[in-house]
Design a protein around this ligand. Structure first.
Ligand code: COA
Length: 273
C-alpha cells in the first residue's frame, strides 16, 4: 500500500492507524512497524473510528486492510501493555471491552473487507484477519496463535471463528502447540483464500477490492449478509434481514442497470440503490 497518504489520508491513534481512500476502495494501514504492527488499545479504537467513517461514506464500497513496513500484517496485541492493561482476569475483562469495539465493528461492517497479509500475522493479528471477508497472503506470510506460549487464552468467539475456517482439529493444532505455519499451509487448511507471489500482493488485493467495488453494492451486501448469517448459530441468525437484502436487489435501480448494460454490451454503472 505504497503512496498511502497521498490519497487524502487521515490519521488515527496518534498515527498508528492510517486511513485513506482510492476511488471506491477504503484503505486501512496498521502502522506500528517497529513492533511488527502490534495492536494497542488505542489502535483498536482507531480501527473502530475508521470503520465508522467508511461505513457512513456511500462512496466507499470495499475496504483493504494491510500492515505497514513490509515485515508484518500484525503481530497481535501489544504485549508491552499487558502489565498495565491485562494483568489479571478482572483487568482482562476491561481490556476486552475496550478492544472489542474494533472487532465488533469489523464483524458488523456491511461492506467487504479484504486483508492483504505479508509477514507476521499472529495472535490478535490473526483474529483481526479472521474477521475480514477475504484473506490474501504472499509467500512471506506466517500465521500462528502464541497465546499458550504467553499463558493467556484466545477468547471464545475467536476460537469459534477459527473453527469455522479451519475445523476443530487444525484449531487445536494452532491453539495447543502455538506453532507458526507458512502461507502455503495456511491456504491448505483454509485460513487464507489466496496466496500470491511476493511483490504481487498489493496489486492483486487492490484489483480484487476494485472489482468488488465495481459490482452492484446491494448484491454484494446481500451476499455478505447471507454468508455471515450462514456462519452464525441458527438460533441467532437474522434470516429475515438476509431475505430483505436479497429482495432489495430485485427491486433496485441497479438491477435495471445491470440488465440494460448487459443488453447494450457495456459496463454497468451501479448507484447502490
Ligand atoms: N507486542 C509488543 N511488541 C512486540 C510485539 C507485540 N505483539 N511483537 C513484536 N514486538 C516488538 C519486540 O518486542 C521488539 O521490540 P524491541 O525492538 O524493543 O526489542 C520488536 O517488536 C521487534 O521484534 P523482534 O522480536 O525483535 O523481531 P523478530 O523478527 O525476531 O520476531 C516476532 C518477530 C513477531 C516473531 C516476535 O516479535 C514475537 O514473537 N512477537 C510476539 C508475538 C505474540 O506473541 N503475539 C501475540 C500477542 S497476544
Amino acid at each position: 500500500m505504497d503512496g498511502f497518504l497521498p490519497y487524502g489520508g487521515a490519521v488515527y491513534a496518534d498515527g498508528r492507524m492510517l486511513a485513506a481512500s482510492e476511488g471506491a476502495v477504503g484503505l486501512i494501514r496498521i502502522n506500528q512497524p517497529e513492533k511488527h504492527n502490534a495492536m494497542s488499545v488505542a489502535m483498536w479504537q482507531g480501527l473502530a473510528e475508521i470503520l465508522d467513517a467508511f461505513e457512513q461514506d456511500p462512496a466507499i464500497r470495499a475496504v483493504l486492510l494491510a500492515g505497514a513496513g513490509g515485515r508484518a500484517f500484525c503481530s497481535g496485541a501489544d504485549i508491552s501493555q499487558f502489565d498495565a492493561e491485562r494483568s489479571d482476569a478482572n483487568a482482562q475483562q476491561d481490556y476486552e471491552r475496550r478492544t472489542r469495539a474494533g472487532r465488533l465493528r469489523l464483524g458488523g461492517f456491511t461492506k467487504p473487507v479484504i486483508a492483504a497479509i505479508s509477514g507476521y500475522c499472529l495472535g490478535g493479528g490473526l483474529a483481526l484477519a479472521m474477521h475480514t471477508d477475504l484473506r490474501l497472503a504472499d509467500a512471506t506470510a506466517t500465521f500462528g496463535i502464541p497465546a499458550a506460549r504467553l499463558g493467556i487464552a484466545y477468547a471464545f468467539p475467536l476460537v469459534q471463528k477459527l473453527i469455522g475456517l479451519v475445523g476443530p482439529g487444525q484449531a487445536r493444532r494452532l491453539l495447543y502447540g502455538g506453532e507458526r505455519i507458512d502461507a502455503a499451509e495456511a491456504l491448505r487448511i483454509g485460513l487464507v483464500e489466496q496466496v500470491v507471489a511476493d511483490g504481487a500482493l498489493d496489486a492483486t488485493a487492490r484489483d480484487l477490492a476494485r472489482r468488488i467495488a465495481g459490482n452492484a453494492p446491494l448484491s454484494v451486501r446481500a451476499a455478505k449478509l447471507a454468508v455471515d448469517a450462514a456462519e452464525q448459530d441458527a438460533a441467532r441468525r437474522d434470516e429475515a434481514a438476509v431475505e430483505r437484502a436479497i429482495a432489495a436487489c430485485f427491486d433496485s435501480e441497479d438491477y435495471r442497470e445491470g440488465r440494460a448494460a448487459f443488453a447494450a454490451k457495456r459496463l454497468p454503472r451501479f448507484a447502490g440503490r
